[in-house]
Design a protein around this ligand. Structure first.
Ligand SMILES: [Zn+2]
Length: 216
């Protein structure tokens, strides 16, 4: 460990990304208590989807997981991405028994990204790909804002809201390819379905998905 990182750890001791407890040096981004109490899914929380084959998720979106992801999304806790990436990469290795050619993510709109300073799903995909000894590339764009899916109710309402919101940024990148698409949270799956539909219509042969957390 370098001098600077030692000083930084003394000034800003690493904290558990979930419960914010100060970590022991042996902890791996989250604490022992959370290892025992986090709402982990069984068998990767695998759910079938529309247009995509399935989505795996290591965690349920509730309690400390929900609070942690909200800090990640809205309070600038971008360093969480590397811890989340490890969890997501393990989940993909253990539960997504299919091959893929391209790792990508569900993008924010340019406007929302500018106001937040970063695209959290991109950070998550980059960190996850790094853990999988791979790289993540941009395949989709979201040219304009739509109402946040979290503000809407059922699947039909969410599907209508998101319909037409995404475009393919580089068709050559996905032509004939199997895409692994990454997002932070999956609830009804309408956003993933819309993105998968757009990728398939642009020539992708298969889309599978992974999200850090899923609804129950
Ligand atoms: Zn913790």
């Amino acid at each position: 460990m370098g001098f600077l990182s030692t000083i930084m750890d003394l000034l800003f001791p690493p904290k558990c990304v979930f419960c914010a407890r100060v970590l022991d040096s042996s902890d791996d981004g989250w604490c022992n208590k959370c290892t025992e109490s986090l709402p982990f899914t069984d068998n990767g929380g695998r759910q079938d989807g529309e247009f995509y084959d399935f989505c795996v998720s290591p965690l349920y979106y509730k309690g400390t997981v929900r609070k942690s992801i909200l800090r990640f999304k809205f309070k600038g806790a971008a360093a969480y991405a590397s811890v989340y990436g490890k969890l997501l990469a393990d989940c993909i290795r253990e539960n997504a028994d299919v091959k893929y050619d391209v790792i990508s993510w569900v993008p924010l709109s340019g406007k929302r990204e500018r106001s937040r300073g970063y695209d959290q799903a991109m950070l998550l995909a980059l960190a996850t790909a790094l853990e999988l000894n791979d790289v993540a590339v941009e395949t989709l764009a979201k040219p304009y804002d739509v109402q946040a899916q979290s503000e809407l109710g059922d699947r039909a309402e969410r599907s209508a809201n998101i319909s037409g919101a995404y475009t393919v940024s580089d068709p050559e990148l996905i032509e004939g390819k199997r895409v692994l698409l990454i997002d932070d949270v999956v609830t009804t799956g309408s956003t993933l379905a819309e993105c998968a539909k757009v990728l398939l219509s642009a020539g992708a042969t298969k889309v599978i998905c992974a999200a850090l957390a899923r609804g129950e």
